[in-house]
Design a protein around this ligand. Structure first.
Ligand SMILES: Cc1ncc(COP(=O)(O)O)c(C=O)c1O
Length: 397
């Protein structure tokens, strides 16, 4: 049967990383490939008790809810964001099915075919897929380890008149980068100058290893509160299965996204939102986030020590100051997609860097996730990986 799909489906791409993950999900393989949080410290009992409180509160807890989401949870998010310097009201907070849905809803209300989105290279692959699904052209802005290069950003704003800039300034996926305060301010300033919105995607901001890093989201620097659409999620600080994220930003933008959401799914699961409300009320989430920071920092250091022993002439990486990922670059001859097959044979997996690139993919890069595996597994996996990295010639062509 020739299914007459709508023309825009021609822009739908399957995630290259998901396809890679299938290869890596064999029982004996230690996988540093996925972007999974540590299951062994999920607050299972607290989540269970929060759901019990929802059900104990009676039949009305099972009713349809507001498109914008459960008000007491929005109030709790509002006060958590105040602590980060983002002064929203409950009216301009919309609860969503993960921050992934924010990326989609925002694209849906902003992008027409041919529009331009500026982003860093490499960047979050599933955001690229969404932007392209609406027919947008994603253009890479040059960057270094401090963030987007303001000179290139200015040139590209002038040349392309982008609809928005997509940024993950705090412990990015895939490369773990932390932007400097100056680069955050430069982006904001150029956005004001050229009348461009910023979509600030901040799923990892809480997973900060060094308390002395005084990190302000770009949304907190936007004193006029008119430029930045900020999204975050409970996927990394509580559990991803709750599928609860949120967006805050200029009221007109958030209201338009709420209209789009209404058409899309009426509202996200209100049972999950109520459970999260009880969890935030009765569970020490800040204490739990502290535990996540300690555990992930420890796991990252184990990985880092292995990579450091490889020698800087062969591989380069920078030690992330938070988040869940390390980004490694090998010499110019290395093709990490080829290398992955060898690694999987040895029982370890990573994600090759190429799919995360907008323009010229660097075939010699790869991403390692350090949050998911317990220390002993990390050691075993890194033993295997180092062996493969030091003998790339064995790769079967
Ligand atoms: C940069 C980035 N944005 C958004 C998401 C989506 O997260 P969620 O939909 O679980 O909130 C992820 C998930 O890994 C991510 O890495």
């Amino acid at each position: 049967m020739n299914y007459l799909f709508a023309p825009q489906t021609a822009n739908y791409e399957s995630s290259a990383v998901r396809d890679i993950l299938k290869v890596t999900q064999q029982g004996h393989v230690i996988s540093f490939a996925g972007g999974l949080p540590a299951e062994d410290i999920f607050p299972l009992e607290a989540v269970k008790s929060a759901y019990e409180k929802v059900f104990a509160s009676g039949n009305s807890s099972l009713q349809y809810g507001l498109t914008e989401g459960f008000i007491p949870l929005r109030e709790a998010i509002q006060s958590r964001m105040h602590r980060k310097g983002i002064f929203s009201t409950t009216d301009n907070i919309l609860l969503t099915t993960g921050s992934q849905q924010v990326i989609d809803l925002f694209s849906r209300i902003m992008l027409a075919p041919g529009d331009v989105v500026l982003a860093e290279d490499p960047t979050y692959l599933s955001a690229l897929q969404v932007f392209r699904s609406y027919g947008a052209h994603v253009i890479a802005v040059g960057s270094d380890d401090k963030g987007m290069d303001p000179v290139d950003l200015k040139a590209k704003m002038e040349l392309y008149h982008p609809k928005f800039v997509y940024a993950i300034p705090t412990f990015s996926n895939p490369d773990g980068k932390l932007w400097s305060r100056e680069r955050r301010e430069a982006l904001l300033q150029l956005s004001n100058e050229y009348n461009v919105l910023i979509l600030e995607d901040d799923p990892y901001g809480d997973i900060q290893f060094h308390s002395e890093d005084n990190i302000l989201p770009i949304a907190a620097l936007d004193k006029g509160q008119s430029r930045v659409v900020y999204t975050s999620t409970f996927s990394k600080s509580v559990v991803p299965a709750l599928r609860t994220g949120w967006v805050t930003g200029p009221i007109e933008v958030v209201q338009m996204m709420a209209k789009a959401k209404q058409m899309n799914d009426l509202h996200s699961s209100s049972i999950d939102q109520q459970a999260l409300y009880y969890l935030l009320r009765d569970f020490d989430l800040d204490g739990h986030i502290e535990q996540i920071r300690t555990v992930y920092h420890h796991r990252m250091m184990i990985m880092r020590d292995y990579l450091a022993k490889l020698g800087s002439g062969l591989f380069s990486f920078s030690e992330p100051r938070g988040g869940m990922f390390m980004w490694v670059e090998g010499n110019d001859q290395l093709d990490t997609t080829m290398l992955l097959h060898q690694a999987v044979e040895k029982g370890v997996a990573f994600v090759p860097g190429a799919p995360f690139y907008i323009e010229q993919p660097k075939l010699n890069t790869f991403r390692l996730n350090f949050s998911h595996s317990a220390p002993e597994k990390i050691k075993l996996g890194m033993d295997r990986l180092v062996e493969v990295l030091l003998n790339p010639a064995e790769v079967k062509q």
